[in-house]
Structure formats: structure tokens, C-alpha cells
Design a protein around this ligand. Sequence first.
Ligand code: ASC
Length: 150
Amino acid sequence: MNFAATLAATAAACALAAPAAAQFSKPEDAVKYRQSIMFVMSQHFGRVGAMANGRVPFDAKAAADNADFVAELSRMPWPAYVAGTDKGQTRAKSEIWAEPAKFRELNDKLMAETGKLQVAAKTGNLDNMKKAFGDTAAVCKSCHDAFRKD
Ligand code: ASC
């Protein structure tokens, strides 16, 4: 790999590895923050899904715009899984903190798959988007199955 390629690869790796952390003055704020992001992400992902599943007509511009939001939002929740915030109004399982490498791997997978969804939505091709939507939803589900109560 030449220097420019190494630099680009390092920058990309850092972008994934170090999401900007928000500041939380109390544990409940970290819980509320991550739940808020997950909620907004689900609203935008749901709009892509409605098109992927044929519930609403495919609108390439709306699909691309929503997929952009999903990809951006997918980078945000992880720093809010602050140690000790598996108590109170949260469905986060303690396994998140007991198995951090597994949790981290699924965070990374979500960011990777939503990146692919973003690219797929931009092609304007419904079949591409359906495939990427399914792959992304599968990552949502595997993380929820492992790390979310009920
Ligand atoms: C959504 C949403 C989730 C995921 C998940 C995919 O739209 O709110 O939690 O998709 O259901 O399996």
C-alpha cells in the first residue's frame, strides 16, 4: 500500500473506531441519548423499509435521504453505552459490558451495513436497496437478540 492509501485507510479506521462522544452529566442522560438516537434511526430506517417491502411506492430521492440519515445516526449511539447504565429505564443487557468485543463488532457491522445501504439507495435501484435493507435489518436483529432485553 502506498502512503496515500495507508493514510486513507487509517483515517477511515479512525472514523469508525472513534465516534465523537457527547457529554453526559448523569447516567440517565446517556440512556435517554442512545434511546433517542435509536428511535430517530428506526423512523428513517422504517421509511426505507416501507419502500423495500412495497408498502409505499419507491421514491429514489426519499430513499437516499433516509438512508443517509440512518448511516449518520448509526455512528452515534455507542459512546452512550457508559459503564453502569444497564439500570433504570433501559432494555440494555449487562452483557454489553461483559462482552464488549462482541458488542463492538456488531456496532461496526451496523455502521458497515448502513454505509452499504446508503450506497445502494443512491443507485436508485429498488432491488439493490432491498438487499441492503435486509442485510442491515439482520444486523439490527442480531444485536437486539444478544444485547437487548425482550
Ligand atoms: C427497525 C427497527 C428495528 C429494526 C429491526 C430489524 O425498523 O425499529 O429495531 O428495524 O426490527 O430486525
